[in-house]
Design a protein around this ligand. Structure first.
Ligand code: ATP
Length: 344
């Protein structure tokens, strides 16, 4: 199913403009993540698509060729999975999965077959007769997914479905979910504030800020071609080096850098993996923190810019606290980004 939102906006009765007029088109089978900090309007956008929120006048929600803007939630036939599992605790796994199908008054044989199907799909067969209260958090979230898949919805909406789980479980369920959605070819929208989760699951990520979609693109595209400082900082934690540029040279406290292009008033940004500790580097900084992260060290450096600059260092050993080190940043790793939002 294709989903198309035209001019979608929401103003709450107290005047909060949770969503400013936004457009988005999602293809059949596409998985799109809505990514952004708390309060940026992700849930509001999702609830408008589901039919749980009345949007402002002028909003249009299209499912394929149907304008569903006025259609109530139960008629939209959308699957939903939330952070809180919203399962019936005393019922068994199977009964929970069958619940939606029973409400739709499907024939008994069909219900049994569908339940069996999703139990297998979500690898829940051994737990079919267990009560929800006797399951772990990860298992409960799997049941919630299975229940959403059972009616074969044309669109699946997921609101932070993994955030209540611990880190290891979150990663494995994330990969499973991504695989399942693709195998079933379900069009899905996945809300998260975790950039890694968004990038791992989605075909395209819509980065939201203050009620607006700032940029939408493939994970690679957003990472490599961030269109604004907000997107660069939110996706991949880009750091601002500075703005004081003369021609193609950026002057910093710790030295000078050549830019690939005339910055023309734009800010210069870089990611920690592109800040290299190198003996022949043109910048000088002082090590103020060293954190060992397994595959690499994260080194905090003072004296290069006005704030701490971080470098990801993948050697077998790292410099020590207080050392003075030289740094190199390849010109092509520098991002020149305008503060204003004229690119929209
Ligand atoms: P989170 O990640 O914290 O869930 P979010 O990006 O999903 O945040 P929304 O829940 O969509 O954000 O909220 C967007 C804005 O609308 C916020 O400023 C929020 O305070 C506000 N808001 C949400 N619901 C209401 C409401 N019923 N009345 C007034 N304001 C609301």
């Amino acid at each position: 199913m294709t989903l198309s939102l035209k001019n979608a906006s929401k103003t709450y009765p107290d005047g909060t403009r949770a969503l400013l007029p936004s457009n988005i088109e999602i293809e059949t089978g596409e998985i799109v993540s809505l990514l952004g900090p708390s309060g940026c309007g992700k849930t509001t956008l999702l609830r408008i698509i589901a039919g749980l929120e009345t949007p402002d006048d002028g909003t249009e929600v299209w499912f394929d060729k149907d304008n569903v803007t006025q259609l109530p939630v139960e008629k939209r036939k959308v699957g939903m999975v939330f952070q809180s599992y919203a399962l019936f605790p005393n019922m068994s796994v199977s009964t929970n999965i069958a619940y939606g199908l029973k409400m739709q008054k499907r024939p008994r044989a069909e219900i049994e077959q569908r339940v069996e199907e999703v139990l297998t799909l979500c690898r829940l067969n051994p737990l079919a007769n267990r009560a929800i209260t006797a399951l772990s958090g990860g298992q409960r979230q799997r049941v919630a997914l299975a229940r959403a898949f059972a009616p074969r919805p044309r669109l699946l909406l997921l609101d932070e479905p993994l955030s209540a789980l611990d880190a290891a479980l979150r990663d494995s369920l994330r990969d499973e979910l991504s695989d399942l959605l693709r195998r079933l070819g379900i069009t899905a929208i996945f809300v998260t504030h975790d950039q890694n989760e968004a990038m791992a699951i989605a075909d395209r990520v819509a980065v939201m800020s203050e009620g607006r979609i700032e940029q939408i693109g493939s994970p690679e595209d957003l990472y490599r071609n961030a269109g604004s400082p907000f997107v660069a900082a939110f996706v991949g934690n880009a750091m601002c080096l500075g703005k004081v540029v003369q021609g193609n040279t950026l002057r910093l406290t710790g030295g000078e850098l050549s830019l690939p292009d005339d910055a023309g008033g734009r800010g210069v940004y870089v990611r920690a993996e592109d800040v290299c500790i190198a003996e022949d580097g043109p910048l000088i900084g002082k090590v103020e923190s060293v954190t060992f992260l397994g595959t690499h060290y994260r080194v905090g450096l003072s004296g290069v810019t006005d704030s701490t600059l971080y470098s990801l260092h993948s050697g077998l050993s790292a410099p020590r606290h207080g050392d003075e080190v030289k740094l190199r940043i390849a010109p092509e790793a520098l991002m020149l980004l305008a503060e204003d939002k004229t690119y929209l």
